[in-house]
Design a protein around this ligand. Sequence first.
Ligand SMILES: [Ca+2]
Ligand SMILES: [Ca+2]
Ligand SMILES: [Ca+2]
Length: 252
Amino acid sequence: MIGNGSGGFTLQGQATSQLNSFGGSYGVPAIASGDSDGDGRDEIMTAVGFNYGYYQGNAAYYTQPDTSGNFGAFATRATMTNPAYYFTTMGAASGDYLGLGTPSILTLTQGTYSGYPGSVLFLHSGANYSTNVSIAGTSQIAKRVDNIDADFDSKMDWAVSAKPGYAYVYRASTQAKVVTLDLSTGSPSVSSPVSGRMASGDVDNDGRPDLLVTTSSWIMEGMGYLYGSSYAQSMSGDGGNKGFVWYLNASN
Ligand SMILES: [Ca+2]
Ligand SMILES: [Ca+2]
Ligand SMILES: [Ca+2]
């Protein structure tokens, strides 16, 4: 480790106009980093905050900082033509989803137009994260993608939360949903949960990572915020019981 323990950080730069110069992004709802080429320098992937083109655009922007940590131009990643109407990339995560010993990056993009309320994932891998493979998302508007190593193999797995109260657990080895958790069912029950952010941790000390899912609220982001009810599709607001739920991992 390098450092003197003082806890200081030095502001190195800011990416604002660089991203907006593409003309297709309002802000950055999520961000992830990873070293795709093993040169010791993590690269940056930013989520596109609301594409106001009708149906075409890209899910993320990528940049490789130089040896001093400065960055220049961003490049587009994961071009989409359909379906992702008026989309926003809500989530980004980094993990070894392919079991290669180097991190890949996942981004989660949702459409907010009434004709396409669903979501799609992109798995970014290879040098400069230039390989972008789409993975089927959820039929509902999705909120977050977060890591959980649910099946204890060499590949990191993940979960996607979706309206109103779902958490879908994906298996990296098949890149598909394998478990659907409905937060409104089970005992003790919670009322009208709205699933949001997630975390994994071994809460019962059995060696198996468990899943925590918040049930509190969705903060407005993207098209829904800018254009109201025509596109929001109830993508914001509190759930009934506000808190979180947790699931013990009972798999082998
Ligand atoms: Ca690198
Ligand atoms: Ca796994
Ligand atoms: Ca556990």
